[in-house]
Design a protein around this ligand. Sequence first.
Ligand code: GLN
Length: 502
Amino acid sequence: MVLRELTALELGAAIKKGEVSVKEAAQAALDSLSAQDKALNAFITVTGEQALDRAEKLQDGAKDAQSPLYGVPMAIKDNICTRGVKTSCASKILGDFAPPYDATVAGKLANAGAVSLGKLNMDEFAMGSTSETSFYGPVKNPWALDRVPGGSSGGAAAAVAAGIGWYAIGSDTGGSIRQPASYCGVTGMKPTYGTVSRYGLIAYASSLDQIGPLGRDAADCAAILDVLQGRDPKDGTSLDGQYGTLLNGLTGDVRGLKIGLPVDCYGDGLDEEVKAAVLAVADVLKARGAEVVELPFPVMEYVVPAYYIIAAAEASSNLSRFDGVKYGWRAQEYEGLHDLYCKTRTQGFGSEVKQRILLGTFALSSGYYDAYYRKALQVKAVIKDAFDKAFQQCGLLLTPVAPTTAPKLGESLCDPLQMYLSDVYTVPVNLAGLPGLSMPCGFDSKGLPIGAQLIGPHFGEGTLLNAAHGFQSDTGYHKRRPGENVRRDAHRASLQKGGEPA
Ligand code: GLN
């Protein structure tokens, strides 16, 4: 059995049957990590010894494990607190901060028998779309080392794509799970706002942040979400979505489901190869019995400006707690308290983070609040209305995840406005609090993965995962691994047929 080729659920089943020991799985993941992570830089902290110790302890319980993911090695984005394990948000300002408590999700994963390999690299404070703004250096895309893995959960997507662990936990404020999943050819999901507790997630923009899974396919994501979701008394915005067991709901049956294609998402700026691959998803789902309808979605030009005002405003407030007194790193030399704050923040934050703090502080300042922040909130309500209207006509929406495949390293940061605009398909989903899923749907002529986004109504996770599962039952894009020869001709032929044979 080649462990690397198994999904998280398949590995979990093999562990339960005793075909693979928990330690063998952990060792295989750590071997893969040492072979590849020098090049990828997907991890900030590796907890190898702890993982092996834990694997040994878990072995006895494997036979009677409740969770289908028991014993499966995975990793956690570095903005999620893990007790006693450095949690840096990829920022200098947190130094070697080791939280005295676990995030709710970290506790839930531990109870389900997860084996954590460590903490994943990301954009500093989850601000970015490329994973290049990390204090710990950029993450590389396993499909092409001169390209970005996307961001901000770039370490998570790169690790899963490279077969370092079987799944990862990321966070998504404006696309940070879905977009790297798309650039790295894995499946990633942002749940409905409130589905997963944010307790212990270091806040970027609290009204938009959600934790979610990155995995090898939709079934893995369903199983992970089954572990993560649920109301948490420690997070007043969390709720009980009454999802039942999402994994058990996966039949792949989409007969009668109406899939909406928002025509405004397929216009200018969208790469032709990406467009063709995403539209081919509609054909596959149609062949399974879904109905495909085009509909207007006339708010796309407002989504990026509204998102960046709201996200920056919340970030400027959330990040005020990092002052060199309470957490992490402190400037070496200072004169008095004000100077301590000033030097610590000046030297501790990177330039992207400072830019957002300045923008957010400006948008919230008394003379501009109405013109920017209040206006952005009004636009947010209009965007939510547009989704409500769309979901009166269909059950799910199908859009691209990003306008292009993964850009080259260094290309995006020199043109930040262009980088912000590339978030156009993912940010409206956070503004409306909806669930969104990114799944591999093809490769461009350079051999880079393309992702398609499915968006559901609030609490539509079951329908969303089921449609993705149906698509993945008929296609094999999600099974491709970097390093394998991407057969472009076969791909082109499969596009014409509307999908690649499983
Ligand atoms: N790229 C977006 C931003 O920089 C989204 C990031 C995220 O989802 N955390 O804000």
